[in-house]
Structure formats: C-alpha cells, structure tokens
Design a protein around this ligand. Structure first.
Ligand SMILES: Cc1cc2nc3c(=O)[nH]c(=O)nc-3n(C[C@H](O)[C@H](O)[C@H](O)COP(=O)(O)O)c2cc1C
Ligand code: SF4
Ligand code: SF4
Length: 379
C-alpha cells in the first residue's frame, strides 16, 4: 500500500497532501466546521473569504446587506482566523485562508499574527461590485503590479502564498502567471470559467507554480482532463458535498495506484503540456516537438543533452532495441509498443514504475527549463 507522498508527490507548507482534491472558498459558507465534516476526502481547503481591513469589512457589510449572499463579517479577523485555524490544527487537511485586503500591509499584518501554519490565499477573484470598488478581489487582475506587491509582502513573512484568479480577466494570463511566479507565489488557483484545458496548458507552460484547477470539476472525467493538462490539484466549491468529494478522492487514488503518475500529461502531439517532453522522441522529423522547443527557447542539441543527462544511471537509460536507443525517448504506456514493453520487462520495471520514472524525468526537465528562465530578465 503506497503512502500519500509516494502516490501523489504533493507537498504544501512542508506537509504531505493526502489527495489532490481541495475545497475552494465560499464566503459565509466554508469555515473550519465545513472543512472538518469533509476532512476524510480532501487534502487542502481554503476557508473564507475573510475581509481583513476596514475597506473590505465595509464592502462585506454592503454585500451581505443586499440579502442574496452570505459573508463572514468579523471586526477582529485575526482573532476569528486564529480560532478557525485552531479547530483544524489536528486535521490531516492542510488549511488555507482566503483573504480580501486592499494593501500589502493588511496582508502582512495577518501573516505576522498567524504565522506559517496556513496557506495564505489572496482573493483576486471576487467580483462583487462593493469588493471591486474597494480595490480588491478581481480588481487586482487589472492592477497586477499591486497584486505582485501583496505576494511579496506575504513572502517577506515566510508564508506559503496562493493566488486565486479568474481566467480571462487579466490582459494575458500567461504574463500574469509569470509575474506571480517571479514575485514568489507558490500556488496559482485558477477559476477556469469557460476557458477549459487550453488555458490551463498555456499557464502550465509559463511557470512552475503548483496549479489548482477550479470550476465545475464534479466528475472524475473532468478532473482527469484538468490533471492531464497541467493541474496538480483540483478544487470544488458549489458541489463540495461529501458524495462528490469522496468519489473524486477514491477515483484518483485508484487511478494513481494503477497508473503510477496521477497527473501524467497527454503526449505533446495530442495536446500535452511542457511536462510531456518526458515522452517525446528525438527531434528528427517535423512534428509538434520542433515548434515547442522553439517556443521554450531550447535548441535541439540542448534538449537531447538534457534528456540524456537526466536519465544517466537510471533504468530509463536502457533499451537499445527501442526507436532511439533508450527508454528516455519512449512514449506513455497508454500508447501500445512491444519494444518498450519488452525493455521495461527486461530491466525489471512494472509499467507503473516506468511511469513514475517518467514523472521524475519530467520534473528534472521542467525544473531545468524554469531554472534557466528564472535567471532571465523579469517581464
Ligand atoms: C456562494 C459563493 C461564495 C464564494 N466566495 C468566494 C470567496 O470568498 N473567495 C473566492 O476566491 N471565491 C469565492 N467563490 C468562488 C468559488 O471558490 C469557485 O471559484 C467558484 O464557485 C467556481 O467553482 P465551483 O464550480 O466548484 O463552484 C464563491 C462561490 C460561491 C458560489
Ligand atoms: S517527438 Fe514524438 S511524441 Fe513528441 S510531438 Fe513529436 S511525434 Fe509526438
Ligand atoms: S520504441 Fe515504442 S515507445 Fe519507444 S519511441 Fe519507439 S514507438 Fe515509442
């Protein structure tokens, strides 16, 4: 029986994430009690949103007074958050707090008071007119420099930072993702609205942040679609009932135990993201690999050398009878191939272990690409 880290390889806040299923915040609804009722089926939960300064507390009162929406209204948000986090202290669920604030100082003050036990999520998503008029929520997506300032303020307190965005609001989500990565964010939590997997893949190709995909992910098919296009986790809000969460948790656990890489990308030529370079051949013919390498800025020689070096000393270095002389260039197990399967058998791997090694290879390749990019000039 695998443990959760072997199965999913996910760490947040130096803690193992039990399952890649999260609860997304719903103001006035998702608090510690809500999370604890569902704790057996999730790995991460964002309580809130909580308003943390005078302008946002006033805005929350305006929203609540309209009568069609609940809000958590507290005059002392730090005390309230402390009490909520204390309730979750012994749970296996990693706690996140969704915060609405108008200045970097407001966020920094909360982090200073509460410390590193929670993930701090900046709500750059709320589109209630009163919140946006106060300058927070979705308003941050139109002043991304200020959003990056908030990230930097939180990071200066040493906490883990998530940014919740709505896709398609900022001028360019790819530029935004890169900006947030360079500002120090750890997680990008994306409400994909109607944009789907193409948007997710673009963001995956732009930054190495942990990605949580959100919006209407209520079936395992939809969850798998998100995971195979770049998501590390998925989150649910409106349908975060025990039946749906437990179904997704059980299905992804079974899938990971059978397949070995729970969020393996599609092959590049089938719409895969940057991680699928782990399954690509040598650049010897006209195929989607060629423009992909050009977009990444990786020469053919550098790509070949990176893959060769990354598999040195591992079983993926074996396979003289495969197309390109080693398993480093071989396809996913979902594409039938007797030469690959013969090699896998000869070196004593199961198909699942082969996929796990491909996951390690993908981590090394993308780690190197983003490491090189991080030393480029900031956008
Ligand atoms: C009643 C309600 C309150 C919400 N409050 C927040 C909030 O405070 N902060 C936030 O980032 N998102 C908030 N959301 C958005 C959800 O977290 C989520 O992004 C959205 O509902 C789409 O996901 P779903 O299809 O799983 O519901 C709220 C959604 C609902 C329905
Ligand atoms: S290198 Fe192979 S797997 Fe990659 S895009 Fe080209 S044909 Fe597809
Ligand atoms: S040997 Fe099979 S799996 Fe490997 S590259 Fe060739 S076709 Fe793909």
């Amino acid at each position: 029986m695998m443990d959760a880290f072997d199965r999913f390889g996910l760490l947040i806040n130096d803690r193992v994430v039990r399952t890649p299923v999260a609860i997304a915040s719903m103001a006035g609804i998702v608090d510690a009690d809500y999370v604890l009722e569902r704790a057996d089926h999730i790995g991460l939960a964002f309580i809130g949103g909580y308003s943390i300064d005078a302008p946002t507390i006033e805005a929350a009162k305006v929203v609540a007074s309209a009568g069609d929406r609940n809000e958590f209204i507290c005059e002392d948000p730090v005390a309230e958050l402390k009490a909520q986090l204390a309730k979750m202290a012994t749970s296996t669920v990693i706690p996140g707090i969704s915060l609405r604030g108008t200045t970097p100082e407001a966020f920094r003050a909360v982090a200073r008071a509460l410390g590193t036990a929670a993930v701090y999520e900046i709500d750059a998503h709320c589109r209630q007119p009163a919140m946006m008029a106060a300058g927070c929520g979705e308003a941050y997506l139109k002043k991304t420099g200020s959003l990056a300032e908030v990230v930097r303020a939180l990071k200066s307190e040493g906490v883990t930072v998530s940014v919740k965005i709505r896709a398609g609001v900022a001028d360019d989500d790819r530029i935004l993702a890169e900006l947030l990565w360079r500002a120090g964010a750890d997680i990008l939590h994306i409400d994909l609205m109607d944009y789907g997997t193409a948007k997710l893949r673009q963001i995956r190709n732009t930054c190495p942040l942990m990605l949580i995909a959100n919006n209407s992910i209520t079936s395992f098919d939809r969850m798998k679609d998100m995971l195979s296009h770049g998501a590390d986790m998925v989150s649910l809000a409106r349908q975060s009932d025990i039946r749906t969460l437990s179904g997704l948790d059980a299905a992804i656990t079974r899938f990971a135990d059978e397949e070995g890489w729970y969020n393996a990308p599609k092959q590049l030529c089938r719409g895969g993201d940057i991680r699928s370079l782990a399954f690509c051949c040598m650049p010897v013919k006209e195929c989607p690999l060629i423009p992909a390498l050009a977009r990444i800025g990786l020469s053919h020689e550098a790509y070949v050398s990176l893959k060769r070096k990354s598999v040195e000393g591992t079983p993926l270095n074996e396979g003289p009878q495969t197309c390109f002389g080693s398993l480093a260039w071989c396809c996913k197990t979902s594409s039938p191939c007797m030469f690959r399967d013969m090699t896998i058998k000869q070196v004593g791997l199961s198909k699942k272990e082969y996929m796990r090694l491909k996951r390690d290879l993908s981590d090394t390749i993308t780690g190197q690409i983003f490491n090189d990019r991080s030393s480029d000039n900031c956008c």
